[in-house]
Design a binder for this molecule. Structure first.
Ligand code: CP
Length: 336
């Protein structure tokens, strides 16, 4: 794909070579993400961050990533603070905001809404999650994390065995990650969910046609038994018809240290896009795993900065100039 000037709406836009390019750029962002060096390569540029659904990681890490490249961020959060509540269409909103920004990140509760917005935008638009459909930048940072975690354990993506656990029907992160994994060979995916929250059948069929070995089960212990990566997900309460319906599934696929010790192979990596639901009736990823060195969830969230910096640098065509406009920080840098 041609990164420069492109909208990033779906993970399907990416080929293997694009992923390699992006991840090499992400690696080069480490001194800046760790605040050891400063770059001003995007000085004067403005990111329009438009989040019509709640977000902590995606919204803040997009903003931090842009700031770390020297650009500025303007945010709109929630429908109530946007003229969309007065009946303005997404297309008109895009026509206006693309005059104020050099790139726009957007999250919205409806599938296809970000593409709809992008259709009239004069600047690149990045999908920060459109309803249950896709979350492409999460899939990119997830794959980046999988590669890093496997590499630290002497493995690579070949023959990857991954178990995806939880709400696979509404979870957009797993939808995007499955589409991305179709680019890789000899991948095995075990889908672990209540039958009512199974991965959409058409996506399962597509993965099988692409050569992925897919198993489906509602038995957590069997599903996670041989995995290199266990990718847990939250019950997506906001996509259910009622809270009571979501309550029926909360806590059904709970992983804690005891379950991990009994059923996972040593060094199995635990991932989660976050937020994990830590309320007692859910607790899908127990806090008793927090001292387990194989719990990668916060390294995964940190990687969001690197990958999103890389994406901005590529889409705005400045990846080759980041170091040129840089210097060491003049204050002591963070530890750890
Ligand atoms: N993973 C993720 O999308 O988190 P937020 O909802 O906090 O952005």
């Amino acid at each position: 794909m041609e990164f420069k000037g492109s909208h990033i709406l779906s993970i399907r836009q990416f080929e293997r070579g694009d992923i390699d390019t992006l991840f090499a750029t992400a690696d080069s962002m480490e001194p800046y993400a760790q605040r050891r060096r400063v770059t001003r390569v995007l000085e004067g540029a403005i990111l329009g961050n438009m989040f019509f659904e709640p977000s902590t990681r995606t919204r803040v890490s997009f903003g931090c990533a842009f700031n770390l490249l020297g650009g500025e961020v303007r945010e709109t959060t929630g429908f109530s603070s946007s003229a969309v509540v007065k009946g303005e269409s997404l297309q008109d909103t895009a026509r206006v905001l693309s005059g104020y920004s050099d790139i726009i990140c957007m999250r919205h509760p409806d599938s296809g809404s970000v593409a709809d917005f992008a259709s009239t935008s004069r600047v690149p638009v990045i999908n920060g999650g459109d309803g249950p459909n896709e979350h492409p930048t999460q899939a990119l940072l997830d794959l980046y994390t999988i590669e890093k975690e496997l590499s630290a354990r002497g493995r690579n993506l070949d023959n990857l065995r991954i178990a995806m656990v939880g709400d696979l029907k509404f979870g957009r992160t797993v939808h995007s990650l499955c589409k991305l994994l179709m680019l890789y060979k000899q991948v095995s995916i075990t889908l672990v969910s209540p039958p009512e929250l199974a991965m959409p059948a058409e996506l399962v069929d597509e993965m099988r046609s692409a050569g992925i070995a897919v198993e489906q089960t509602d038995q957590l212990d069997q599903g996670i038994a041989r995995a290199h990566i266990v990718y847990s997900t939250r019950i997506q309460e906001e996509r259910f018809a009622s809270v009571e319906e979501a309550d029926m599934y909360r806590g059904k696929m709970r992983i804690n240290q005891s379950i991990y010790t009994r059923h996972c192979e040593p060094n199995t990596v635990i991932m989660h896009p976050l937020p994990r639901d830590s309320r007692s009736d859910a607790n899908e990823l127990d806090t008793d795993l927090d001292d387990n060195p194989n719990l990668a969830i916060f390294r995964q969230a940190d990687n969001g900065i690197l990958v999103r910096m890389a994406l901005f640098a590529q889409v705005l065509g400045v990846a080759h100039m980041v170091d040129q406009y840089s210097h060491d920080v003049r204050w002591h840098h963070r530890r750890g």
